[in-house]
Design a protein around this ligand. Structure first.
Ligand code: PLP
Length: 383
C-alpha cells in the first residue's frame, strides 16, 4: 500500500545523525549525569557537549539552556516561570496572540484564572498579528509577552523582533515559541530581543520527549519542577541523556543543511500546490496562511465543499498521513482555533487540511498525493 508521510509539523522521522547519537549514548551503559563516578561523568559529558553545540547554534551561553521533556513543557515552564517571577514585581499583564499553540494558550488561560490580566491579540486573514496592536498592548504593567515565531497550522510568521523590542522597552519578558520555526529560521539570541525561547527535538528530525528552554541570563524565573539540582535548579529530574545527545545531533544537521532543507521544502510545497490546483481546479483549493511571510514546510489548504474529517479519513485509507490542525486537536471535531481566529469563512475552516513535509519526501510523492486527493475529492463530491 502507498505510504506517504506529509505530517512533519506533527512529528518528523529521526535523521541518521540523530539516531546514531541516540544509539551511541543509549548503548554506552548506565550513567546518571548527577553521579560522581566515571559512568556518571561520562553521561554528564554528553549533556555538556550537547548543550555547548546548541548554545553555539543559538549564539547564547550554555548556562542559559535548560533541557526539558517537550516543547509543551518548555512553553509551560517559560510562561509560569516568568509570570510568577514578575508578579513579585507587581506586574500582572500577559500578552499573547489568538493563534498560539495550546501549550501556550492554555497556560495563558490558566494564568488568567490565577489573577493575571490576559490580552489576546487578534490576527488578520493570514494569521498575522498587527504590530500596532502589539505595541499598544504592551506597557509597564506587562509581565510576559508570548508570541510564536511560526505557526504550526499555517506556517505564518510573526514580527517577533519588533514586538520583542517593545517588550524590552517596557521591561516585560519576551517569550517566543519557536518549536516549528527552529531549523528553518536562524535565532541569534545575542542580537534578538528574546528572553525565553522554546524548542522541541522531534520537530527537527530529533527524538520525541526532549525539549529546550533558553532563559536569558538575569531574567527572573521561578522553576516549575522541584527536586534535584539538575539544570542549575531550573528543572529537576534526571536528564534524558540519549535524547539530549540526539537533539544536538539533529540540530547541528538541520543548521548545516538549512539552505537545502528550505529549498527542498519549497520545492515540495510548490509541486504539491501546483498539482492540487491543476487537478482539483483553482476555485476548489484555497491556501490558508500568509503567502510570503511563512515557514517553508507547511501547506494548509481548504478543499471547498469537503470536510477536513472526510478528506483526512480518506487520505489515511489511501496511505497518506496529513493533519487537520495541530497534533493535539487532530482527532477532535472542534474547528481549529487558529483558522477561526483568522476570520475566514466557516466553510474554509471546516475543510482545511495541513500538509507538512521534510526529510525523505519527494516531488513524486507530492504529485502522487495530489492525484490521490483529486480522486477522493471527485468521489466525495459525486455522492
Ligand atoms: C508551535 C508549537 N509549540 C509547541 C508544541 C509542543 O511541542 P511538543 O510536541 O514537543 O510538546 C508544538 C507541537 O506541535 C508546536 O507546533
Amino acid at each position: 500500500m502507498t505510504s506517504i508521510y506529509f505530517d512533519h509539523a506533527a512529528t518528523t522521522p529521526m535523521s541518521l545523525e540523530s539516531l546514531q547519537a541516540y544509539v551511541e549514548a543509549a548503548s554506552a551503559g548506565p550513567g546518571n549525569p548527577s553521579s560522581l563516578h566515571a559512568q556518571g561523568r561520562t553521561a554528564r559529558g554528553r549533556i555538556t557537549s550537547a548543550r555547548d553545540k546548541l548554545a553555539s547554534l543559538l549564539h547564547c551561553e550554555a548556562s542559559e539552556l535548560v533541557f526539558t521533556g517537550s516543547g509543551t513543557e518548555s512553553d509551560n515552564a517559560a510562561l509560569f516561570g516568568a509570570a510568577f517571577a514578575q508578579l513579585k514585581r507587581g506586574r500582572k499583564g500577559i500578552v499573547t496572540t489568538a493563534v498560539e499553540h495550546h501549550a501556550v494558550m492554555h497556560v495563558c488561560r490558566e494564568l488568567e484564572e490565577k489573577g493575571f490580566d490576559l490580552t489576546i491579540l487578534p490576527v488578520d486573514e493570514y494569521g498575522r498579528v498587527s504590530l500596532r496592536d502589539a505595541i499598544s498592548a504592551i506597557d509597564d504593567s506587562t509581565a510576559v509577552v508570548s508570541i510564536m515565531a511560526g505557526n504550526n497550522e499555517t506556517g505564518t510568521l510573526q514580527p517577533i523582533a519588533e514586538i520583542g523590542e517593545r517588550a524590552r522597552k517596557h521591561k516585560a519578558i519576551m517569550h517566543v515559541d519557536a518549536v516549528q520555526a527552529f531549523g528553518y529560521i536562524p535565532f541569534d539570541l545575542q542580537e534578538m530581543p528574546i528572553d525565553l525561547l522554546s524548542l522541541s527535538a522531534h520537530k527537527i528530525n530529533g527524538p520525541q520527549g526532549v525539549g529546550l528552554l533558553y532563559i536569558r541570563k538575569g531574567i527572573p524565573f521561578q522553576p516549575m519542577v522541584y527536586g534535584g539540582t539538575q539544570e542549575r535548579n531550573r528543572r529537576a529530574g534526571t536528564e534524558n541523556v540519549a535524547g539530549i545527545s540526539a537533539f544536538a545531533a539533529a540540530a547541528e544537521r538541520a543548521y548545516q543543511l538549512v539552505q537545502d532543507r528550505i529549498a527542498h521544502a519549497e520545492e515540495i510545497r510548490g509541486t504539491l500546490l501546483k498539482a492540487l490546483t491543476e487537478q482539483l481546479g483553482e476555485e476548489m483549493v484555497v491556501v490558508n496562511g500568509h503567502p510570503e511571510l511563512r515557514l517553508p514546510h507547511i501547506l494548509n489548504v481548504s478543499f471547498i465543499g469537503i470536510s477536513s474529517e472526510s478528506m483526512l479519513m480518506n487520505l489515511d485509507l489511501a496511505g497518506v498521513s496529513a493533519s487537520g490542525g495541530s497534533a493535539c486537536t487532530s482527532g477532535s471535531l472542534k474547528p481549529s482555533h487558529v483558522l477561526s481566529a483568522m476570520k475566514i469563512n466557516s466553510e474554509r475552516v471546516l475543510s482545511a487540511v495541513r500538509f507538512s513535509f521534510g526529510l525523505g519526501n519527494t516531488r513524486e510523492e507530492a504529485d502522487k498525493l495530489a492525484k490521490i486527493t483529486a480522486t477522493i475529492s471527485a468521489r466525495l463530491r459525486n455522492r
